[in-house]
Design a protein. Structure first.
Length: 62
């Protein structure tokens, strides 16, 4: 549970804080950078999912 809260906090913090890896005034590149970081964090959250949820939703992958 703590890992999920920390992941969500990091994700929203990265989006909302003005400090960025690539500044947003470089419109296309800056926004792509934000989308990539958020996607990476979401991917980590999916990997941290409990086993019973992974098995339950495995049916929908097919």
């Amino acid at each position: 549970m703590l890992k999920k809260i920390l992941s969500l906090g990091l994700m929203f913090g990265y989006i909302l804080l003005p400090t960025d890896l690539i500044p947003d005034y470089l419109i296309i590149i800056g926004l792509t950078d934000d989308i990539a970081v958020v996607g990476f964090i979401l991917q980590l959250m999916v990997k941290m999912a409990p086993l019973h949820l992974a098995e339950k939703f495995e049916l929908y992958k097919k």
